[in-house]
Design a protein around this ligand. Structure first.
Ligand code: TEU
Length: 573
């Protein structure tokens, strides 16, 4: 699968519109705000914008609950604004990818309003309804024990018709019934609507959850003492997934559009390969969660798992070589709107190291094989929410739900409560959702009024205005990396991948090669200085001349077969 394609070489910039830039002073970022910043994106050197949902929505889950797929939410602007954005991007030779959220709709979508209105409404089976169960005492129970991903039961009871409907996420996000061909046709119609407008592709939200196991069997007990249980095995990569994806792909092909699917809770590599191998004609690539789940504990994201560099190496090596051998394609990312900030999470946001750490992580991800995704603010080294913020500053429905249910059980134990808050500070989705820091002015120049979510306190020093002109900034470093990647696509996008010094616990070194050309990337993932013994086969190459890329101003040279690496140092030959 080394055939060249625009979507393989592209660097994609993800925009979370509420937090990007507010052009009309209502505290929410908007589409016109993006239009105003197009030259900033051009300057950075990205090729594609992935825009998170801007469709009409009650915003129970920040737009991932859509009430009309063919209308724009007034919070974000109008359909005319979208047209302006699209032409502004195309004029600059950039592309637009929209978020397609079709596992579920909003409960305020007309389809669901109709569906819930009576048992024999024609739209009844557009959603997933089931009869209650009753226990021995006659008390009503949900149809099975599935837990919602955001906490509580995955089923909500509807008084009017006496049945439950399924929602893998919030109760305001009822799951569509993909067993019904009318639903599939409708989704195809939505895709055609946007493709005909000129959008260049889709990011497909939780696309591997659309096909559920028939009969909705109970999930096994994996978390003792919990009424509702994780049920991924019954809805992730279900029986009809591939058939549905192939149908969607046929539409994409008509428009030379591409699709990246979001696929949480995959069980094994086979499930991923079955979707992304070119010969399968399903999706071009998917987001798999191995790296961003690396620090999740057994009971979920707010239970910490201490990860080590060797674990990260195994993950990267696996996917980098697997896709190469098996004809698939990787999507590379360390951040998105559901994840904490990478510098805080995988390296250090300590002011002494933060810039080095952000550049080291940029080097790590940007020089691997696959399509590169950068999340807004990542190019500036934006960090997690400060530790002293109150839980009230966290706006995300997942954080608030989890906090409420956890605090119900833990509230008496102050230590546990503190520990849980600590996990929230490390892992909450809110960390990635604070407004983009544009300037050192009030509210980081994001809005002229009060932002919907508090601006990170560090904006006076960490902002775009300061970084675009400062030659040693994280932003300029990203610019250079993107240029390097583009100019050497043979090696960095399409080349082979080889992990070097596999068992070193602090140094991540990899070699990329194509034909006669090759590159060696050396990264110190630790906060300490490391004297690294260069593997014999590389000494000649690394000693021959200085590195091409370095994140400290003075690049060290190889001395006697060893390299002394400073905290979070990154070097590329
Ligand atoms: O995310 C799906 C998903 O897997 C995440 O919800 C993940 O489980 C969670 O973030 C862990 O903390 C997609 C969207 O990216 C997310 O923003 C939506 O909330 C969700 O789907 C529902 O549409």
């Amino acid at each position: 699968n080394r055939e060249r394609a625009w979507w393989k070489e592209a660097s994609v910039y993800q925009i979370y519109p509420a937090s990007f830039y507010d052009s009309n002073g209502d505290g929410f970022g908007d589409i016109n705000g993006i239009v105003e910043k197009l030259d900033y994106l051009l300057l950075l050197g990205v090729d594609v914008v992935w825009l998170c949902p801007v469709y009409e929505s009650p915003q129970a889950d920040m737009g991932y609950d859509i009430s009309n797929y063919r209308a724009i939410d007034p919070r974000y602007g109008t359909m005319d604004d979208i047209d302006t954005l699209l032409s502004g991007l195309h004029q600059r030779n950039m592309k637009l990818v929209m978020d397609l959220v079709v596992n579920h709709t909003s409960d305020m979508h007309d389809w669901f309003k109709e569906s819930r209105s009576s048992l024999d409404n024609p739209k009844r089976d557009w959603y997933i309804w089931a009869k209650p169960r009753f226990d021995a005492s006659g008390a009503r129970l949900s149809p099975n024990n599935w837990a919602s991903i955001f906490g509580g039961s995955a089923w909500s009871y509807d008084e009017l018709t006496g049945e439950y409907y399924l929602h893998l996420f919030c109760p305001e996000q009822p799951d569509l019934n993909w067993e019904n061909p009318a639903v599939v046709r409708e989704v195809e119609g939505i895709m055609r609507f946007w493709l005909a407008k000129g959008v260049d592709g889709f990011r497909m939200d939780v696309i591997n959850l659309i096909s559920k196991v028939p009969g909705f069997p109970d999930a096994p007990i994996t978390v003792e003492g919990q009424e509702f249980q994780p049920a991924y095995m019954h809805y992730a990569c279900g029986p009809r997934l591939h058939e549905h994806l192939r149908a969607l792909r046929r539409i994409l092909d008509e428009y030379d559009a591409f699709a990246v699917g979001e696929m949480p809770w995959v069980k094994n590599e086979g499930q991923v390969l079955d979707v992304v191998r070119a010969t399968r004609k399903e999706l071009n690539m998917i987001f798999q969660f191995d790296i961003v789940d690396i620090d999740n504990g057994p009971s979920g994201k707010f239970a910490r798992h201490e990860w080590g560099l060797l674990e990260l190496k195994r993950i990267v090596e696996k996917w980098q070589t697997l896709m190469f051998q098996r004809g698939g394609w990787n999507a590379l990312f360390l951040e998105n709107h559901d994840q904490p900030r990478s510098v805080s999470r995988f390296a250090s946001d300590d002011p002494r190291y933060r810039a080095y750490a952000a550049k080291m992580l940029a080097t790590f991800i940007a020089l691997q094989s696959g399509t590169l995704f950068i999340y807004q603010g990542q190019e500036l080294g934006m960090a997690n929410i400060p530790k002293d913020w109150d839980i009230k500053e966290y706006k995300d429905v997942e954080t608030q739900n989890m906090w409420r249910s956890a605090m119900g059980e833990l509230v008496k134990d102050e230590n546990k409560k503190r520990e849980y808050l600590r996990q929230v500070q490390l892992k909450a989705r809110d960390n990635g959702r604070t407004p983009v820091q544009w300037t050192s002015n009030a509210q980081a120049g994001f809005t002229s009024s009060t932002p919907w979510m508090r601006v990170n306190d560090d904006y006076p020093t960490w902002n775009a205005e300061a970084q675009v002109t400062q030659s040693d900034s994280v932003f300029v470093y990203w610019q250079n990396l993107l240029k390097l990647r583009r100019l050497n696509a043979d090696i960095f996008v399409y080349g082979s991948f080889e992990l070097v010094d596999r068992d070193h616990g602090d140094v991540f070194c990899y070699r990329r090669a194509h034909g006669e050309g090759c590159s060696v990337v050396v990264l110190n993932f630790s906060v300490g200085t490391v004297d690294w013994t260069i593997p014999k086969a590389l000494v000649g190459l690394l000693a021959y001349r200085g590195p091409l890329v370095h994140n400290y101003t003075d690049a060290r040279r190889v001395n006697d077969g060893t390299l002394s690496l400073r905290p979070f140092e990154a070097l590329v030959w």
